[in-house]
Design a binder for this molecule. Sequence first.
Ligand SMILES: *[C@@H]1O[C@H](CO)[C@@H](O)[C@H](O)[C@H]1NC(C)=O
Ligand SMILES: *[C@@H]1O[C@H](CO)[C@@H](O)[C@H](O)[C@H]1NC(C)=O
Length: 221
Amino acid sequence: MATSPSGWEEILQVSTLFTTLLALLLLPVLRATKRRHFINPHLVLVSLGQHATVSPTALPSPPSPILSSFKAPPTPTHLFNGTRQYANSKLLFMYALNPLAPLATSSDSEPQVIVTSRCPGFCVSWLARWVPWYLMWAMWAFYKIFGRITYEGSGTLDSACALGDKAQGGYWMSDQLMWPGENVTSTEGKERGRQVWREIVNVLKIEVKEDMRALLRKQHR
Ligand SMILES: *[C@@H]1O[C@H](CO)[C@@H](O)[C@H](O)[C@H]1NC(C)=O
Ligand SMILES: *[C@@H]1O[C@H](CO)[C@@H](O)[C@H](O)[C@H]1NC(C)=O
């Protein structure tokens, strides 16, 4: 468990905030690629099937802040559960992803950049480095027995890229193209999504030395 210099718990910073920022910065670049090469560029972002395991009771109800409620790790720190925080961060990212695909679609519904998320599955990685050292051997054995090798997980990136226009706004997992589920599309999900998106944009406006308003406006061409 670690906190970034700007005070965000790092899983949340990387999986939710940073991935959204990267997508917002890449969209204009990919749009320019489309104009130059007459192809539909494909932006594939990493998500996780576990986002659907988050219980609604784990999230505050809007208008209470949702994103910032996960900002600081709990005290005492042994209460921090990395698995849970990882799943939360990916659900919050799914909320951000929902407005990203429409931003990448022109007013006549034609995708300008295809935005898809994908779950690489359970892969051998160093993600569980928050596990205490005396449990590391068990973690290692668990990865060896049940995990996919990293190469297999990264192969989902290639296969997602090959999906084409039909994958706009979709979610690619275990070779299946899916769509945001009730977590995102239910009335409560939509309301939570709007709240999380507002919070993300506000945080990025404050913490990134980039004019977010101009960046968002640029997306709507
Ligand atoms: C997400 O979806 C799953 C499966 O449909 C459901 O069990 C869970 O309660 C939902 N969580 C939220 C936060 O909507
Ligand atoms: C951490 O969270 C996961 C997912 O919510 C849960 O299955 C697990 O039991 C939790 N671990 C601890 C030590 O509380």
